[in-house]
Design a protein around this ligand. Structure first.
Ligand code: CA
Length: 232
């Protein structure tokens, strides 16, 4: 199997080395650069499968790099995962709008890094095929039909009663099958609907969801040390 290539763009040397070392050990080919200019030059000459992109860079910033990568035909297909510091939420939104697939908040754990890199590569490689069929936002996946407008979930054509929060959690996960969500990202996705905003509160929602979905509850998978995902 040909190993996937990752371009690590991070001006802080310690973090760049840590990222590179972790990804190398996972079997990826890794190149590291410290600036936006170097990132664009490297990506253009040797397009990577994935770019791990720090947003706060001296000179050409991460958002600009992200837009340029998307615009160039050579790099438009690369997966982009942003690296952000806490408090850069506005940048995260801008980055996702600029074509990034995902983001990781620093400081990050090894497990989160690897899970997100894998998921982004999988998603970029099959974005058309993996996108669930949609019409009017209706989502059909496995034996589930999710109607956001009607707030209705059907399992094998039988409706299932969910709370508003359970519904939002299910929809967030099922819209991106195979993607691993941390508990914090699930909380973000439901916009703080969960009353006690703790990891434990997310687990409680998941337990309720699985129980109500019956056998279809097995599609909500636990990813040890990271969070949850909806089975592809
Ligand atoms: Ca930085």
């Amino acid at each position: 199997m040909v190993s996937k290539s990752v371009l690590v763009v991070e001006d802080e040397e310690d973090i760049r080395k840590l990222l590179s070392y972790t990804l190398l050990k996972e079997g990826y080919e890794v190149a590291g650069v410290a600036s936006g200019e170097a990132a664009l030059a490297s990506a253009e000459s040797q397009p990577p499968d994935l770019v791990l992109l720090d947003l706060m860079l001296p000179g050409v910033d991460g958002l600009t790099v992200c837009r340029q990568l998307r615009r160039s035909p050579r790099t438009a297909g690369a997966a982009i995962v942003m690296l952000t510091a806490k408090g850069e939420e506005a940048d995260v939104v801008a980055g996702l709008n600029a074509g990034a697939h995902d983001y990781i908040t620093k400081p990050f754990s090894r497990n989160v890094l690897i899970a997100r890199v894998r998921a982004a590569l999988r998603n970029a490689g099959s974005s058309a095929a993996a996108a669930p069929p949609e019409s009017d936002g209706i989502l059909t996946i496995h034996n589930l039909v999710i109607h956001p407008g009607k707030h209705l979930v059907l399992v094998d054509e039988r409706s299932v009663e969910l709370t508003a929060t359970e519904f939002r959690v299910l929809e967030a996960l099922a819209r991106k099958p195979g993607w691993v969500f941390t508990r914090q990202q699930i909380l973000d996705a439901v916009h703080g609907d969960i009353y006690a905003v703790t990891d434990r509160a997310v687990d409680v929602q998941i337990v309720g969801l699985r129980r109500k979905l019956g056998p279809a509850g097995r599609y909500i998978q636990t990813v040890r040390g990271v969070g949850y995902r909806f089975k592809e």
